[in-house]
Design a protein around this ligand. Structure first.
Ligand code: AMP
Length: 126
């Protein structure tokens, strides 16, 4: 079910539980700013989620309230993960759903990283 993307932060959301090690993930990369892991229901040959370590509900929350070091550290981590996955030559797509219109389901900011095949049009056209 889609969520609003505006607070308050729910510490029981599934990505908060992954960050605390309460539920497992297929980890790709981790540092002080970010954790990257394979999406449980991949929509491309490569579908990895990159999440900040801090408690941010959405991109809106992250971009407005995270510190400069967190924003820089997280952004660099996303680029690092793409390189780690060998996607720089073939290319990749980043996507962040914020709120109901975008269909955000997990209320912890995350960037989807897609690659490994031609990804088609940017948006679904009904
Ligand atoms: P969004 O719609 O942008 O909020 O995307 C949430 C994503 O989280 C979906 O692609 C789900 O497949 C993924 N997801 C949900 N639970 C898990 C989990 N336990 N481990 C990995 N990915 C998950």
């Amino acid at each position: 079910m889609a969520v609003s993307g505006r607070g308050p932060y729910d510490p029981q959301n599934v990505f908060a539980k992954i960050l605390r090690g309460e539920i497992p993930c297929r980890r790709v990369f981790e540092n002080e700013y970010a954790l990257a892991f394979h999406d449980i229901a991949p929509q491309a040959p490569v579908h990895v989620l990159v999440i900040p370590k801090g408690p941010y509900v959405s991109f809106a929350d992250f971009s407005q309230t995270a510190g400069e070091a967190e924003i820089a550290g997280f952004t660099r981590a996303v680029g690092h993960v793409a390189a780690l996955l060998g996607l720089e030559d073939s290319g990749y797509r980043l996507l962040a759903n914020m709120g109901v219109t975008a269909g955000q389901e997990v209320p912890h900011f995350h960037v989807h990283l897609f690659g490994g095949a031609a990804l088609g049009p940017m948006l679904h056209r009904p």
